[in-house]
Design a protein around this ligand. Structure first.
Ligand code: SF4
Length: 452
């Protein structure tokens, strides 16, 4: 993929009214066509280096979701395609307030002007978790926590060029005693953070810590609004405690007065698919903006029966109802496309751009392409510089081959990020494929016999 790097002569670029009013506090500014190739890809890639400025001052919340722009306002904005979708810090109308609007790329793209550094830096602080969810691990697990010196090295080498720090992989971030220092370090670089948590440790103090940080979006993994289902999926969880945590977070956001997005995230499976509309209602009643969902990926530790791959019509139906309810509540539900639509249009689940725009660093400093390939180290931050790793032969080989039939990382060939949605390989770990094929054959035989 070629990356469009705006020449200095194009930036800063003044964007003049009229700005189309979209919804709530949200407006749209149209950029020249050239900027399309560097825009964020909704729900997938926060890669745009552009800042949107009012009278020369950047608006406070980059890479925001629509819902944050429309309803929280306060300077949330996002660059998607040719457009900047934005709200203003005082929620005024940019068509009539007489102020000047510009886009700029404030950061150098790489230390030596070579290949642009990754925009999304995933840092796994630890794989330790206080839960052992069925969708993730077989038993409680605790592992090493990233040393602060290593985190500082990553920050020093990568944060000046990044547009988003992602603390959304591995274990539970709120278990980490170093979290206040980590959030402070990100704030020194003005780096927006996407974070996720299981919500069990959201005390008033920790909720305030999040509210006062540069977190622009935190998603809390709540797969079900029903106590029994949630506690069955998330072993070790306590439904009432998570609910209290969510209330603490919503309250802290209000007290601090900084707009950021809070959403609930669910892995959809047979056990909770019928609860999706109720999950939207649950979020809305707690003052949370909305719900995002992905399909369960059946890891080796799970059986194959929980996957929605076997209950496609039910998922399509529940998705439609969740969206309809969300609209009526001024909320949102974003879930994978309906299966019926995907089959008709041969849709792919997504578009991977990790090797060009993202990187994934483990607690021990090993650098990986993404969270899907845990055994493909590209270098080690403890002993190498990030420049060396990012421009190294292993990374370059991955970039050359990951969209071909012979990728250097074999997993790219059947990856849930790029896979066709109707393809079973996107839903099950390779260890399950044989069993899944047998089950598909058996059900197609049953269907044929039934039709006779
Ligand atoms: S396994 Fe390959 S295709 Fe999948 S997310 Fe990782 S780099 Fe992208």
């Amino acid at each position: 993929m070629s990356v469009f790097v705006p020449p200095d002569t194009l930036l800063p670029l003044e964007v003049k009214p009229p700005f189309r009013h979209v919804r709530g506090y949200g407006y749209e500014a149209l950029l020249p066509e050239k900027f399309e190739a560097m825009g964020n890809i909704v729900g997938q890639s926060m890669r745009s280096p552009l800042e949107f400025c009012e009278n020369g001052k950047a608006l406070p919340v980059r890479h925001a979701q629509n819902i944050g722009i429309w309803y929280a306002g306060g300077g949330h904005y996002n660059h998607v395609g040719r457009c900047i979708y934005f709200s203003l810090p005082d929620n005024s109308d940019p068509n009539t307030n007489g102020r000047r609007y510009t886009v700029r790329a404030p950061k150098a793209l790489s230390p030596q002007g070579g290949r642009p550094f990754p925009k999304r830096v995933h840092v796994v602080l630890s794989h330790t978790c206080n839960l052992w969810c069925r969708i993730c691990r077989e038993a409680p697990f605790s592992g090493p926590v990233m040393e602060m010196a290593l985190f500082d090295k990553i920050a020093g080498e990568c944060f000046a060029f990044a547009t988003e720090l992602r603390l959304d992989s591995g274990g539970e971030i709120l278990l980490n005693n170093r979290l206040p220092s980590i959030l402070r370090r990100a704030a020194e670089y003005g780096l927006p953070i996407f974070a996720s948590s299981n919500g069990m440790l959201l005390t008033p103090k920790k909720a305030r810590l999040i509210a006062e940080s540069t977190v622009h979006h935190i998603q809390i993994s709540v797969d079900s609004p029903v106590k029994e289902t949630l506690e069955w999926i998330r072993r070790g969880a306590n439904f009432e405690r998570i609910k209290r945590g969510l209330r603490n977070l919503v309250r802290a956001r209000k007290d601090v007065g900084r707009p950021f997005l809070i959403s609930i995230h669910a892995a959809v499976m047979r056990e909770n698919v019928r609860q999706l509309p109720d999950l939207v209602r649950f979020a809305s009643e707690l003052g949370i903006e909305g719900v995002t969902a992905c399909h369960l990926f059946a890891h080796d530790c799970m059986g194959i029966d929980s996957s929605c791959f076997w209950s496609q019509a039910e998922y399509d139906d529940m998705r439609a109802r969740a969206i309809e309810l969300a609209r009526s509540l001024d909320s949102f539900f974003y879930g994978p496309q309906p299966f019926a639509e995907a089959a008709e249009n041969n849709c792919i689940a997504g578009w991977c751009d990790y090797p060009e725009y993202g990187t994934y660093i483990n607690p021990d400093g090993t650098v990986m392409p993404c969270c899907i390939a845990p055994n493909f180290p590209l270098g080690v931050m403890n002993t190498q510089s990030f420049t060396e790793i990012w421009n190294g032969e292993r990374y370059e080989m991955l970039r050359r081959t990951y969209r071909t039939d012979a990728p250097s990382l074999a997993r790219c060939k059947a990856c849930l990020v790029q896979e066709h949605l109707q393809d079973y390989m996107a839903f099950f770990s390779p260890a399950h494929w044989e069993k899944v094929r047998r089950k598909m054959e058996a059900s197609s035989h049953r269907a044929q016999n039934f039709a006779k």
